[in-house]
Design a binder for this molecule. Structure first.
Ligand SMILES: [Zn+2]
Length: 94
């Protein structure tokens, strides 16, 4: 079980995006977004789906601004691929 904390303030005020699985509410994990191509073998098909960096082959996510996700109560995923270094108290990246 990964510990979860507030998103880094530099993200919530800077307009960065996070990947979340809907519905979003208090305690929903906000992940670093990664983009998986739908048809990686087709060079003409550049479509992607958003997923969590800690589970790039996992369920599809929605991309929200970090500020909005934080406002809705989402917490930073502390998996190594997402936000492993956020501070407990105020979401400041160490
Ligand atoms: Zn994650």
């Amino acid at each position: 079980m990964t510990e979860s904390r507030r998103l880094p303030r530099a993200m919530t005020s800077g307009g960065a995006s996070v990947a979340v699985r809907l519905p979003v509410g208090a305690g929903t994990l906000a992940h670093r977004p990664t983009y998986r191509r739908i048809a990686p073998d087709n060079k003409y098909d550049q479509r992607t789906v958003v997923s969590a960096a800690c589970a790039p082959q996992g369920a599809e996510c929605r991309e929200l601004s970090a500020g909005w996700a934080d406002h809705l109560g989402a917490l930073a995923c502390t998996a190594p691929a997402c936000f492993p270094d956020v501070d407990t108290e105020n979401g400041v990246t160490r």
